[in-house]
Design a protein around this ligand. Structure first.
Ligand SMILES: *[C@@H]1O[C@H](CO)[C@@H](O)[C@H](O)[C@H]1NC(C)=O
Ligand SMILES: *[C@@H]1O[C@H](CO)[C@@H](O)[C@H](O)[C@H]1NC(C)=O
Ligand SMILES: *[C@@H]1O[C@H](CO)[C@@H](O)[C@H](O)[C@H]1NC(C)=O
Ligand SMILES: *[C@@H]1O[C@H](CO)[C@@H](O)[C@H](O)[C@H]1NC(C)=O
Ligand SMILES: *[C@@H]1O[C@H](CO)[C@@H](O)[C@H](O)[C@H]1NC(C)=O
Ligand SMILES: *[C@@H]1O[C@H](CO)[C@@H](O)[C@H](O)[C@H]1NC(C)=O
Ligand SMILES: *[C@@H]1O[C@H](CO)[C@@H](O)[C@H](O)[C@H]1NC(C)=O
Ligand SMILES: *[C@@H]1O[C@H](CO)[C@@H](O)[C@H](O)[C@H]1NC(C)=O
Ligand SMILES: *[C@@H]1O[C@H](CO)[C@@H](O)[C@H](O)[C@H]1NC(C)=O
Ligand SMILES: *[C@@H]1O[C@H](CO)[C@@H](O)[C@H](O)[C@H]1NC(C)=O
Ligand SMILES: *[C@@H]1O[C@H](CO)[C@@H](O)[C@H](O)[C@H]1NC(C)=O
Length: 812
């Protein structure tokens, strides 16, 4: 019976749609300084930052020269030249045409608008606080200016009476010429308007009749103005250069007894000029719009100006923002990457989905000169918001089971998303509360400002419910992401098979490891698990856990040397009986050093980061001193220090203990003798040098090792004999205390695969070794205990060397 720990985690994200109002402005302060005003081209703009208006109702009124306030409704805005826009962050922008109905105009060059702004917490505007904003802007008009505002189209033309040389009749008919019949039959001494619906169809009406249809028509000292809604009754939809335009063509006229004064006014604004293509906003504006060029033959000096929020952008700025503007003779195509500087993102949850929109307000102005109208300035203002793009939050499971902690990344979110609450097992916690209770919550902010949240929750969290199950050992973390209204945006179960136990590595090379049933492999048949050698299956299984036992010398176990370590590796895999696909791999490794560690690499196929487990097993060396050349009896611990006479040789044996790997071979890199236990001390006499017997004749002799009752793997041992009279101290033979030291290398017999053993030195004595490396990492040093050398028996102090007696017993 295994336990399942179950943990519920609920995330709730709050989008910063709501920002608290700044209390200062709900009081009776009459300063309107927080309203930012600016003259932008032929418009006046007022900006009300979100902090002053959010969660409030805001009303704008235009104030006329008598001080009367006219509340700006949608229809008044369209007719009189006002635009109110909100962005998703709650900022409000108010724009007015310089020729709005209630503008005070001085000499057609200086314009003053007065706006009353009321802010109230109540829908009925009760207790509203009022602010007056008066803004004056100078402006120099071109002979003809057209604006495509977001909610209306506006055209104004100069109405100065032309001097005779300019007024010569042309061959190409202008609109006024076709309106002439209507004008002649029209009323005297009143302005009237003829709408050109087609070349033959005209409608004539009085100005006030047109105004009641929603048109804004007025004359100033030097200009005539026509403002029209996009959907005006007399508007015609026209395809120009692949784009649909709403077009209104009109001739205004004024008749007195002996003359008729006619002024053509036409405006055409695009309706479907913006497209969204693969992350780009593509804005296509054709040039040379025929409704605006009636009677014109020659168009020249066409130039464009592009910008955002009615502010010019230089070519460098356009480049830096990655906008792409293609200005051709017939068309201007502007491409803006979604997300570019100049616009802003907003996160939303719509229909239980998290997603984003991007908004930008570019404008494009085209200025040209033609032979019918003189200079024309044509400006399109756009308020573009990309369609809602679902961006389901992505949960990335980076859990490493051995850390016993869920490591989950959630994202990517825009900076306007906040992690507010977590619900763990039904208990709602704010982020600081969750952190206090042991959850690790981090945010990873990217260079572009977007953010991921990283959550680390221990498997053993107090609030985890523990449940029994019979399929395996698993911890589960159900995660759901909710918006600020509590709607589920995304849910997922993150589960994790708990880490496997590390293998047990025995000193004799036996490896034992168990594998638990993997939860996400349906109907897993544990008996189908195998080691590298497919013939090596589990030795036992209880239906939940399979046990493997193998040795470093079986089941295709591989061995390699790395650092100061010898590593045996194998892997247990599970292959689908149906598809033949490997569904699960678990690496098993034992690292051996003299104080040995071992490692488990646990790699389920779908979740590659391996886990590491550490264990220990001994692997060691021993240096023995034999009592004879047959290497059958050795000096035991109590017999040290061993006493020897100069004529007696010393028989050494070095063995690699515990290993059952027959492919290993022990080599003696160098051996030497010193007069003190310190292996670095001087004097020092070489015995084995660069893997060879020291070149002093007969000093050192290697002895071969054969398998016998005691020796299972001869390659794990090396034997050599040392003649004791060869240690010279100046001219005389050294007598006294002496210690022996060896540098040992352990190599695989398969030289190519073991970098430590690939280098072949100059001396290759057959009895000693096959190969070795000077730089080998798997070096071990081993030293003998004390041996005393005496010239003859007479010199022996029996008190100091009680074992001498024993020695005598053996030898004499
Ligand atoms: C026309 O212009 C005059 C002078 O600027 C102004 O007083 C009047 O309100 C305007 N009328 C309309 C309907 O725009
Ligand atoms: C009006 O403007 C014209 C030309 O811009 C100028 O000559 C005239 O003096 C101005 N009149 C006033 C009263 O400012
Ligand atoms: C134009 O649209 C507005 C707002 O949708 C509507 O109130 C008005 O009636 C429409 N006008 C015409 C002439 O269709
Ligand atoms: C913006 O560009 C237009 C046309 O290039 C120019 O007439 C105008 O002065 C510029 N405005 C600013 C504020 O630079
Ligand atoms: C776990 O979370 C940290 C963030 O603290 C992240 O840097 C790391 O890559 C995640 N994954 C792992 C495997 O540790
Ligand atoms: C990210 O963390 C910082 C500091 O921990 C915090 O100030 C900021 O608000 C966090 N950002 C988000 C989007 O949660
Ligand atoms: C977050 O949790 C706190 C404490 O439980 C609660 O007061 C608050 O309303 C929650 N916020 C949201 C957005 O659910
Ligand atoms: C921001 O950067 C992150 C990480 O590079 C990326 O995943 C994300 O898509 C980027 N977001 C945007 C809006 O560019
Ligand atoms: C999460 O990652 C862990 C460790 O890689 C893995 O055991 C577990 O199956 C994964 N869970 C999911 C739902 O991907
Ligand atoms: C390994 O051996 C060294 C020296 O013999 C010793 O200092 C160290 O503590 C040992 N390490 C372990 C993990 O036993
Ligand atoms: C075992 O050896 C591998 C490979 O060198 C190494 O990554 C790992 O850290 C070692 N394990 C231990 C416990 O030293």
């Amino acid at each position: 019976m295994t336990m399942v720990e179950k943990m519920a985690l609920l995330l709730r994200f709050t989008f910063l749609a709501v920002v608290l109002a700044n209390e200062a402005y709900t009081q009776l302060s009459s300063s309107s300084d927080f309203i930012i005003s600016s003259c932008r081209r032929s418009l006046v703009q007022l900006d009300l930052p979100a902090q002053y208006v959010i969660r409030n109702y805001v009303r704008f009124s235009a104030v006329d020269e008598n001080g009367a306030a006219h509340v700006i409704s949608d229809s008044l805005a369209t007719q009189c030249g006002y635009t109110i826009s909100y962005n998703d962050w709650g900022d409000i922008t108010f724009r007015t045409s310089l020729y709005s109905c209630y503008t005070q105009i001085m000499n057609d060059t200086y314009y003053t608008i007065s706006v009353k702004v009321e802010i109230s917490t109540r829908r009925d505007m009760g207790n509203a606080v009022s602010y007056m904003k008066v803004v004056s802007c100078p402006y120099v008009w071109s002979p003809r200016e057209m604006i495509c505002e977001t909610n209306y189209m506006e055209v104004s033309v100069r109405r100065k009476i032309p001097v005779i040389s300019e007024g010569v009749f042309r061959n190409e008919p202008e609109d006024w010429s076709t309106a002439f019949t209507q004008a002649v039959s029209g009323l005297m001494s009143v302005w009237q308007i003829v709408f050109h619906l087609s070349t033959t169809q005209k409608t004539t009406m009085l100005i006030d009749a047109a105004q009641s249809l929603g048109y804004g028509i007025n004359t100033t000292e030097s200009r005539i103005l026509l403002r029209t809604p996009y959907n005006a009754t007399q508007a015609i939809a026209q395809r120009i250069g692949g784009v649909t335009f709403s077009t209104v063509r009109a001739t205004l006229f004024y008749k007195q007894r002996w003359f008729i004064f006619l002024v053509d006014n036409a405006v055409a604004c695009p309706l479907d000029d913006v497209m969204f293509v693969n992350g780009w906003i593509v804005w296509t504006v054709p040039k040379n719009l025929s409704p605006l060029l009636t009677g014109a033959k020659i168009i020249q000096n066409s130039r464009i100006q592009f910008g955002v929020d009615l502010l010019n952008l230089t070519d460098d700025e356009i480049l830096a923002r990655n906008y792409d503007i293609l200005d051709r003779n017939t068309v201007t195509v502007t491409r803006i990457p979604v997300g570019a500087v100049g616009g802003y993102y907003k996160s939303h949850s719509v229909d239980f989905q998290h997603g984003i929109t991007y908004t930008i307000r570019p404008f494009l102005e085209n200025m040209w000169v033609d032979d019918a109208w003189g200079v024309s300035k044509y400006t399109i203002i756009k308020d573009i918001t990309t369609p809602f793009e679902p961006k389901p939050p992505v949960l990335t499971n980076e859990t490493i089971p051995s850390t016993l902690t869920f490591n989950i990344t959630v994202g990517t979110f825009l900076p306007d998303v906040q992690l507010v609450n977590l619900t763990i097992n039904g208990v709602v916690l704010t982020v600081p509360q969750a952190v206090n209770l042991g959850c690790n919550i981090q945010n990873k902010t990217h260079a572009n400002g977007s953010v991921n949240f990283v959550l680390k929750i221990p498997f053993g969290d107090d609030r985890v419910i523990k449940e029994v199950t019979s399929t395996g050992y698993v911890v589960t973390l159900p995660i759901s992401i909710k918006d600020q209204y509590g709607n589920d945006l995304h849910s997922i179960m993150v589960s994790c098979d708990t880490p496997p136990n590390p293998p047990v590595c025995y000193p004799d090379g036996k490896i034992q490891v168990s594998v638990k049933k993997i939860n996400n492999i349906p109907n897993m048949d544990l008996s189908r698990l195998s080691l590298m050698d497919r013939k090596c299956g589990p030795v036992s299984s209880d239906g939940i856990t399979a046990q493997f036992t193998f040795t470093v010398n079986s089941c295709s176990t591989t061995r390699r040397f790395e650092g100061n370590m010898m590593i045996y590796e194998n892997q247990i895999s599970y292959v689908s009986a149906i598809t033949g696909k490997v569904l699960f791999i678990m690496k098993v490794a034992c690292n051996y050093t003299t104080n040995t560690t071992l490692v488990v690499d646990y790699i389920p196929t779908e979740n590659p980061p391996p886990s590491l487990q550490t264990g220990f097993a001994p692997l060691d060396l021993v240096l023995r001193l034999s009592k004879g050349v047959d290497y059958s009896v050795f000096y035991e611990d109590p017999e040290y220090p061993v006493v020897k006479y100069l004529r007696e040789p010393l028989y050494f044996e070095i063995e690699l203990l515990y290993s059952s790997d027959p492919q290993l071979e022990l080599f003696l890199d160098s051996c030497w003798a010193t007069t003190s236990p310190d292996m670095r001390s001087l004097p020092a006499w070489p015995i084995i040098d660069n893997s060879c017997e020291h070149n002093e004749p007969y000093q050192t002799i290697f002895h071969s090792v054969m398998a016998d009752a005691r020796v299972q793997f001869p390659s794990h041992l090396k034997r050599f004999e040392v003649k004791t009279f060869t240690f010279m101290d100046g001219d005389i033979t050294y007598t006294g205390e002496i210690y022996f030291h060896c540098d040992v290398i352990i190599c695989g017999s398969n030289l190519g695969s073991d970098p430590a053993c690939t280098q072949i030195g100059s001396c290759i004595p057959a009895r000693q070794r096959l190969g070795r490396s000077v730089n080998t990492d798997y070096h071990r040093r081993i030293s003998s205990r004390a041996v005393f050398l005496f010239a003859s028996e007479r010199n022996i102090d029996t008190k100091r060397f009680p074992n001498h007696q024993l020695l005598q017993d053996v030898h004499f």
